[in-house]
Structure formats: C-alpha cells, structure tokens
Design a protein around this ligand. Sequence first.
Ligand SMILES: [Zn+2]
Length: 454
Amino acid sequence: MLGMKSYFTKGWLRVWVLAWLVVAVSAGHAATTVEGARIWPAPDHTRVVFDIGAGVEHSIFALEKPARLVIDIKNVKLGADLSRLELGGSPIKRIRSAPRNGRDLRVVLDLDNAIKPRSFQLEPNQQYGHRLVVDLIQENQKALPTKDEPVLQDNAGSRRDIIVVIDAGHGGEDPGAIGPQGTREKDIVLSMAKTLESLINSQPGYKAKLTRNGDYYIDLRSRTVLARKYNADLFVSVHADAFRTPQPRGASVFALSQRGATSETARWLARSENRSDLIGGVGGVSLGDKNDVLAGVLLDLSMTASINASIGVGDYVLKQLGGVTKLHKPGVEQAAFAVLKSPDIPSILVEAGFISNPREERNLKSSAYQRRISQAVFGGIDSYFNSTPPPGTLLAYNKRQAQNLAGGQYRIQRGDTLSAVARRNQTTVNELMRHNGLSNDRVLVGQTIEIPAS
Ligand SMILES: [Zn+2]
C-alpha cells in the first residue's frame, strides 16, 4: 500500500474512499443471519459450526468456574434454534444465546470441563455454505493414543500381529463427494472401513485400527500421526471418487508419487517435533544421532522404500478389486496425497468407485457391495503380507515354519536356540546335532543348519 497516494489521482482517491464507505455502511445495516448450527463430537475435540455469511467478525473467550465458552458474533441475527442441537458426546451441557448491543449475538456454551477453544471460518464446500467453526479441544484427555507397544524385538520367536490402520476419508463438516442421489462419501467410506476392520480383526495375525469411527473430521496430518502411534505396518485410506460428468466409473488404488515425497521430506525435517516421533519402532527411521543432511537422505530412502512397498501392496489390492468391480485404471496410480505421506509406513488410498456415476452410487450404498470391496481389499493385503511378511510377525513365523517343515535349510536368527529350532521343527536337539555334525548345541546368528524332513 506504500506510495498509493502518489499513484492515485485525487479523483480516483475519492472513488476509492466512497467504495469503502459503501461497504462499511452496508455492513452496518444489513445484518446476516445464523441459518443453522451443528455439533460434531470427536474423541479429542468437539466442533461447533454456525452457518453464517462470509466475513463476519467474531471473538471467543473461555471462562472458568463454571467452565463456559462465550462466542460473540458481530452484526448477526439468530435464525436457528440452538436449543434443538444434540449435545450427546460433547462437553456442552447447555447452549444459551441473546442479542447484544442491539445488533450483535452472544452465544454461551455451558461446559462440563475446561477446554481449549479455537475458531476459524470455512469456505463453502459440497454440502454447506460459509461457516464459522468453533473447536472445543479436550486438553486433559489424551488426544491420541500413546505408543502402546514397546520397541518390538525382531527375534525368531516373536509372533506379533500385523497392524493395519484404516482411514475413512472426510467426516463431520466435510462430506467428501456427493452422489446424484445425495449419497455422501463420508458415510459410505466409514461403513466400508468398519467392514474392513472386522474382516481384518477376524483373521489371526492381523489387527485393525480406525482413524475415525464416527462422523467427525480429522485433519490429514493427524491421520498419519495416528498410523505412527499405532505402529502401523500398513495404512489404507478409503475413499470414493467423483467426476463432473456421470460416465467415469471403476475402482482405483493410489500410492504416493515421488515428486510429492521430496517436498514432504523437507516438511518432516522442518518440524522438529516430528523428528522425535520418527525415532525407534519397527521399521522406524532413527534420526537422533544424524545431522540434517544425512537425515534428509535417510528419509528420502525410507520414503522411496515405503513408496515401493505401497505400490507392491497396491498391485495385490488392485488385482483383487479387478475380480469384483471394474477398474478405473489398470495399474496403481501415484499422486501427492497428503494422507499417504508417512515416510516409513506403506500407505495406499483406495477409491472404491465413482459416487458421481448413478449406477456405482447405488452399488456403493449397498452393504453387500461394500462387503465385496472390503473382502477384495483385505484379500490383496493378505496376499501381499503372505509374500513378504514383516519380521517378527505371526505371518513371518508361520512362513518360516512351513518352509522348515518341508525340510531343507534354516538360517539361525537372533534369539534362536537350537532347542527352539528343534521344537519348531518337531525334532530334537540331538537329531539336529547328528544331522548337522555338531559337537554341542551352540549355534551362531547367520549359521545355516540342515533340517531333516519330518
Ligand atoms: Zn475422498
């Protein structure tokens, strides 16, 4: 704005000032209306949303004893009945409202406990217009689960579950794509995620976790943070596609593109709080003792490895999906989805079909179809992990046992004893010693021994 006075002639300046006056006057008189309000309770926060015109001025402040949150909105009338809002699952006990200064609105939320408030405005999306959002963040409650498993030892005897974190896209104020019949992506992907979760949990050797299990929004970064907290072996984000014309159809599987990965690497490095997150854990990248340049190279390698693994698992999933539905593209696609940007967790995004295609919208709504898709996704995941089971898992253990049962060779791993190897192969230490010409039962890591066929 510097130098504006000299730039504009006097006449222009007058028009400029007049234009501002018109805006100010119209803002002063034509009050907007709060046309609706919604509440979305989530495990770590509750989101309160007011449907209201763009650019309203507002302020919020919290009060203690008793805990309250005051929301003042300037120059606005209340056109919605706040008393009819469902408060269950939220820290809100009661909502009061009253006009203030003749033309402003004050809304008071009476709360169960102290919260940390945050407010911002949202642009219109597929379902709603301009909105004022007030988040009540639960601070004393753990927002995210802590790493509940200790650093897992990769020894021959461990048989941990493979952890699959399933992410239902969108949620809450974000409906995702909306089909011609009004089907919302956020609803069908949550239902599919739950079906997939129960399929996975019913299979020995696997454990599934959901990023969200209700109708609320989680930001993209928090979804990948959850995957890390759960020590995920795989992250699967479930979505439904949409296009502006009704013809496109078919399922797709996405992995992260390398181009997206590079800038994300820089992002990870820039955020020191994430760096400590990366230390330790199975498949984790330890950066604690490395300088930033080396750390960058390591992250790049790790990101490349996880992209390769993502494409690997994506191939299996796509192949299975091809058996139950049309595929949109013959191969795994790659794009810079934020939700896929975990440097060391293989991550795929499954678009279950086009909700914008009337026929696929009908399919996606049906629970039978959702089940078929979920079964195909898990079928692909299971084939992938059976071909390359992560070390220390039950699948790895079973695979090794199956190989050993067939007779042949076994390489001694860390933690192995000859008696454990004998037990696993239904033989005895003496038999193994005789078969291998050993004079005692001591074995070394990396040593290969012959297993007699049983
Ligand atoms: Zn989506």
